[in-house]
Design a protein around this ligand. Structure first.
Ligand SMILES: [Zn+2]
Length: 100
């Protein structure tokens, strides 16, 4: 069986909840997504703008980011935790102590 699929992987950010987003590979030709824990996204989709056509081996594909997130829950919590990028939104912690 030969591959006729030529994916166009680009890196894409998905907001998954308030203050949390996830980065993974998105194939702009088919709309498929990869699990960033199953593949090395720095290899498959190193760029946000220049697509690669690497066909990942033994990697599951997903049709929506919800599917990816659902799947990622099957990975260990520690594993997936490093994936989440916490966005700190204007919530400045007051580290400066004001003395009265
Ligand atoms: Zn996975």
């Amino acid at each position: 069986m030969s591959y006729s699929w030529e994916p166009q992987w680009i890196r894409k950010k998905f907001k998954i909840s308030e203050g949390l987003e996830i980065e993974t590979c998105y194939d702009s030709s088919t709309g498929l997504l990869l699990c960033p824990l199953c593949v090395d996204i720095s290899k498959i989709c190193p760029s946000y703008t220049e697509p690669t056509s690497i066909i990942p081996e033994n990697a599951p594909y997903f049709f929506s980011i919800e599917d990816v997130i659902y799947h990622m829950k099957t990975h260990s919590r520690v594993e997936s935790k490093k994936l989440y990028v916490e966005i700190e939104e204007e919530e400045e912690t007051e580290e400066e102590e004001t003395e009265e």
